[in-house]
Design a protein around this ligand. Sequence first.
Ligand SMILES: [Zn+2]
Length: 248
Amino acid sequence: MKLETDEKVINYIRRKIAEAGKIVAVLGIEMLVEGGGYDLDSNEETYRVEELYGYTPEDMLSTSFFNAKGERFFRFYKNEILTMEVKSTPAYDALLRLQAQGKLSAVICQNFHGIPQGIRFHKIIELNGNMNSNRCPHCSKLFDINYMRNAVGIPLCDNCKKTAVRPNIRLLGERVNAKLMTEAENACEEADVLLIMGKDMYDDRLEYSADPSRSQLKILFSQEKQLSDRKVDFVIQDEIQLFLPVVI
Ligand SMILES: [Zn+2]
């Protein structure tokens, strides 16, 4: 299979991964898209959603929208988010190989869609929550994703009857859980290799900073030509599911 990345770079990254003791993977939008999901933040999708619902995904995935327009929120959420089924890709298999070698010290998940079924990472930090988990804000009863899918209109707690069940995901306007953020930052700080697998859906603030005494290789996977000023060693434009199995 043909990769666009220069062979020398591939060999260098392969060697660094082989030598590394601690590797951290940060899963972003590209991992979701390669697994069959879609990027709601792309121009195309934003336009489509706005045409269909009258609001952009960004508008609707916010706390204020959730609180003020529950019915519309759940129409969008059930049709567009809960229908995304995230499948495994060879990139996940490559990460599992790293885990089996004892090198994968953490997986930081920035998508709230969760990890494909059947994949188990020992250490996973879900910074933006997980849509498989849902809770009644009133009585704290937990509900699975099927309860949300099958509900007509707003999913109401069957215990309290009147309270809307809240997906355990972070909406725009909410802070990242501080404890999780610290855990993620500590994991990044200790990593020899950081695999940043796609952009963050909320584009925020995980700094990926390394302990200054440690030499760290940062690899960002991104199809975007125009990149922010994130300090990384390499930007890989190949698909993650094609590239990763070659270097791991
Ligand atoms: Zn309840």
